[in-house]
Design a protein around this ligand. Structure first.
Ligand code: BMP
Length: 300
């Protein structure tokens, strides 16, 4: 006897995390399992596309929050100062042995709040979840700061962030200290879409086990397929195209149908929607329809 698959809406109540519940309910309400990956470099382009695709998406994926050019200019100046200080330090400390240089640029206090304010307005207008694709990958104490402080203050505006499992459980515990009181959710990268990536086999299995130990905060995975041992968690899948099978830098694409048949819940599409010569509205509708039809067929 085969058990009938639950709809997104029916699954909403089975997850303890508020953001997960909200995301699944919103998907049902908007009839969309499409997330758009907005990898553009100017604030204007970012806001324009977000406004255009907003009605068709359940989630807007921000890639490491692209820095507005005014901030890049300031950072370049800062970099020159740092270089001067560095030369001076090297001179002054030449009797000492080599000093390792390590920076966390995202802990700097210097961010344009206007972009966040406008993004939040678009979120209200179009009803979507914001996912900052930060891919945290450090020890718990460091990621806590990267998540909550610096110029980005990611925890204040991103409903979802993601992390690599490589540092072990501490990365989740650290992020959770900040995110859970704010009802945020975390995705773990259990698999990747790029050619030759190492997130396979035992690594993927260990990532799944980590997620199971933190079900209050981990709402799902970045992955190409559903995992039987925790099939209630949300699967978000990048590397999606209706037109091509790869790019020049190792990205590998599958169709919405391919991945939804394998148990994916949300398709993440970037350049397929706003790439060169594309009409973002037309493409967002095309991917939204393809994703939703594949989901409905799976339910039947
Ligand atoms: P595109 O559809 O333009 O190839 O973009 C895919 C997006 O998904 C990018 O933002 C990329 O950083 C992200 N991504 C990916 O492609 N593969 C992964 O395994 C994980 C990702 O976050």
């Amino acid at each position: 006897m085969t058990t009938k698959l639950k709809t997104y809406g029916e699954r909403a109540t089975s997850l303890p995390n508020k953001t997960a519940q909200e995301l699944l309910t919103l998907m049902e309400r908007k009839k969309s399992n499409l997330a758009v990956a907005l990898d553009v470099t100017t604030k204007q382009e970012f806001l324009d596309i977000a406004d255009k695709v907003g009605p068709y998406i359940c989630c807007l994926k921000v890639s490491h929050m692209q820095i507005p050019s005014s901030i890049i200019d300031s950072l370049k100046c800062l970099r020159i100062y740092l270089d001067v200080i560095n030369i001076w330090l090297q001179e002054s400390l030449k009797d000492y042995r080599r000093v390792p240089k390590m920076t966390h640029i995202d802990i700097l206090e210097d961010f344009d709040q206007d972009l966040i304010d406008k993004l939040k307005k678009l979120q209200k207008k179009h009803d979507f979840i914001i996912f900052e694709d930060r891919k945290f990958a450090d020890i718990g104490n460091t990621v806590k700061h990267q998540y909550s402080k610096g110029i980005y203050k990611i925890a204040e505006w991103a409903d979802i962030v993601d992390a690599h499992a490589i540092p072990g459980d501490g990365i989740i515990t650290g992020l959770k200290e900040i995110g859970l009181p704010l009802n945020r959710g975390l995705l773990l990268l259990a698999e990747m879409s790029s050619k030759g990536n190492l997130a396979t086999g035992a690594y993927t299995e260990a990532t799944i086990e980590m997620a199971k130990r933190h079900k209050d905060f981990v709402i799902g995975f970045i992955s190409g397929k559903k995992f039987n041992s925790c099939d209630e968690l949300i699967i978000m899948t990048p590397g999606i195209s209706l037109d091509i099978s790869n790019d020049d830098l190792g990205q590998q694409y599958k169709t919405p149908r391919n991945v939804i048949e394998n148990g994916s819940d949300i398709i993440i599409v970037g350049r397929g929607i706003y790439g060169k010569g594309k009409d973002a509205v037309v493409e967002a509708q095309r991917y939204r329809n393809a994703g939703w039809e594949a989901y409905l067929e799976k339910l039947e």
